[in-house]
Ligand binder design. Structure first.
Ligand code: PLP
Length: 411
């Protein structure tokens, strides 16, 4: 059975309060990956010590491509001006790159904003927010602002979104959030499943497909063709991941114009940093960026998987630049022990208390990860924990980040 609750619920508050940083993050309207990543290691967004390996926030160590770097340098003298036309130029070239019309595209400083605005526009105390567990948590935090009930549904056995269970769990749904590849598992939800969701969803509800990591996986799995077919969905893309521009801030919502119009009044529409606009436009002109970086990432990821297999560990079959690793130990202990070795890994999802999210960094990062992980695991004791099944009707418990079990949330 899905878990259904509001963030005012005591158990939900306990779920969020695993560190000072998490508590601080939960006070913000838009909660995003760097806040959640910092919360997992009690760092409160401080600097990492010199020599650290930072593979905790699904960032791209390659940074912006050469064309984007040149564009960034070249725009500096114009930094005193708003240059509105640069946003129009990017809107047009982005629309062309994904095969839609400019009126189907809205540019934002990242995809966190349109994600939040979608929750604000389409959920309310009467219309719930439906998401996967484990899934990217940002929209659950936004539901605190909209008052929308949060409905969480376990992934299927192949780590896809369980569309029939999501539909059954929320006849009052306002927004279905489908993250593909899913953060934190890195696994895709098939296009046919998204089509099924659109065909069977309650009247008046909207589907939000978050494709932040799709360039690392299979671009043909995109749901943008369903926007072209005028369906009730918003697709999110970002320049933070394969394009290496997380710190520069550029993202897009792709949807029917009437849906775009519902997002913008929620807080969009102000001037974009011109640095983000020119770097994104230049990145789109780079013919080989996506295939080259996809290959670099998959080569390092598969090498890491080979090593983990050789050591007897299991992990999610990710197609993205991160994966979930079963440490078979309370995950918080492993995160802390790795941090003591200056290797900062990702956070925990309470539904999988022995799993850690690992971002795929450079080969040198992953070599350092392997050495530190081998040393940390050598003397620690394993525990076994059965993953919840995806079947609707199954109960699951929630855990604090240190592995402590919480009282079951009403379902
Ligand atoms: N969606 C997913 C699934 C993410 O993991 C992230 C960040 O990591 C975002 C959206 C937001 O990223 P940004 O605001 O940098 O585009």
């Amino acid at each position: 059975m899905s878990s259904t609750h509001t963030l005012r619920n005591d158990s939900r508050r306990a779920f969020l309060k695993f560190s000072v940083a998490a508590a601080a993050a939960s006070a913000f309207r838009i909660v995003n990956e760097p806040m959640l990543a910092a919360a997992a290691v009690d760092r409160d967004m401080q600097h990492f010590p010199p020599g650290s390996v930072v593979i905790n926030a699904n960032e791209n160590p390659l940074g912006p491509c050469d064309l984007a770097r040149k564009a960034l340098n070249d725009i500096i003298p114009d930094g005193g001006r708003y240059c509105w036309w640069l946003k129009d130029e990017l809107t047009k070239s982005f629309a062309e790159s994904v095969g839609v019309k400019p009126e189907n595209v809205a540019i934002f400083p990242g995809s966190s904003e349109p994600l939040h605005f979608s929750v604000m526009a389409f959920t309310s105390p009467k219309r719930s927010y439906v998401t996967a567990d484990p899934g990217y948590e940002s929209g659950m935090h936004s539901s605190k602002s909209s008052g929308g009930r949060v409905v969480t549904v376990p992934l299927t056995k192949t780590y896809a979104h369980d569309i029939p269970a999501m539909l059954a769990a929320a006849p009052d749904a306002g927004l279905f959030y489908v993250c593909t590849p899913n953060n934190p598992t890195g696994t895709l939800t098939p296009h046919s499943a998204i089509e099924e969701l659109l065909a069977k969803k309650p009247a008046g509800s909207t589907v939000l497909v978050d494709e932040a990591y799709i360039h690392f996986a299979d671009l043909t799995a995109t749901a943008i063709d369903l926007v072209k077919a005028d369906q009730d969905l918003v697709v999110l893309r970002t320049f933070s991941k394969i394009y290496g521009m997380a710190g520069i801030r550029c993202g897009a919502a792709i949807a029917r114009p009437d849906l775009i119009q519902k997002l913008v009044p929620q807080g969009g529409g102000s001037a974009m940093p011109i640095t983000a606009l020119v770097a994104a436009s230049a990145s789109l002109k780079h013919e080989h960026l996506v295939p080259e970086r996809k290959l670099i990432n998959s080569t390092i990821r598969e090498k890491t998987f080979d090593w983990l297999r050789s050591q007897g560990y299991s992990f999610t079959p990710s197609q993205a630049n991160f994966f979930m690793l079963d440490a078979k130990r309370p995950a918080k202990q492993v995160i802390d022990a790795m941090a003591a070795q200056k290797v900062f890994i990702g956070r925990i999802w309470p539904v999988w208390p022995t799993h850690l999210r690992i971002t795929v960094g450079t080969q040198a990062d992953m070599d350092a990860f392997q050495s530190a992980f081998a040393a940390v695991m050598k003397n620690s004791t394993s525990v076994s924990y059965a993953l919840p099944t995806s079947a609707a009707g199954s109960h699951r418990d929630s855990f604090l980040a240190d592995g402590t079990m919480l009282p079951r949330i009403s379902s």
